[in-house]
Design a protein around this ligand. Structure first.
Ligand code: THU
Length: 129
């Protein structure tokens, strides 16, 4: 899948977001090393902390299907600012793909590309245990 196709897949997921509380849809498209793509959206809950983010939805789908080798993820929002992953998602992604590229989109489809290392410097990982 091309970069533009991956971005389009993340944007399409905005319509699948279940976000009746925040009204802030997020879509994600995660590309594995073998080219497989898993998508995700945020899924909120009346008990607010139970909700989950688009990135962790996509990561959970991938990992549960046997994929752990990730190359890049697109995170799409509809706001003016680039939609960056929350702290919990950064930590979650670091477990599997510390070198991954994170492509953040704003509502215009413009992108800001960062590495996970840039988003989470000095992250806690297995080497501390
Ligand atoms: N959200 C994500 O899906 N990904 C992020 O990394 C940022 C936040 C969702 C969670 C919640 O449903 C909504 O955006 C507002 O915080």
């Amino acid at each position: 899948m091309t970069r533009e196709e991956l971005k389009a897949a993340a944007v399409r997921m905005l319509d699948r977001a279940y976000c009746p509380y925040s009204h802030f849809p997020v879509g994600a498209a995660l590309e594995c090393a073998d080219g497989t793509v898993f998508t995700g959206c945020n899924i909120e809950n009346a008990a607010y902390p139970v909700g989950t983010c688009a990135e962790r939805t996509a990561m959970g789908k991938a990992i549960s299907e046997g994929h752990r080798d990730f190359v890049r993820i697109v995170v799409a929002g509809r706001s003016e600012d680039y939609c960056v992953p929350c702290g919990m998602c950064r930590q979650f992604m670091q477990e599997f793909a510390p070198q991954m590229e994170v492509i953040c989109l704003n509502g215009k489809g413009e992108e800001m590309s960062l590495t996970l290392k840039e988003l989470l410097p000095h992250g806690f990982d297995h080497s501390f245990l």
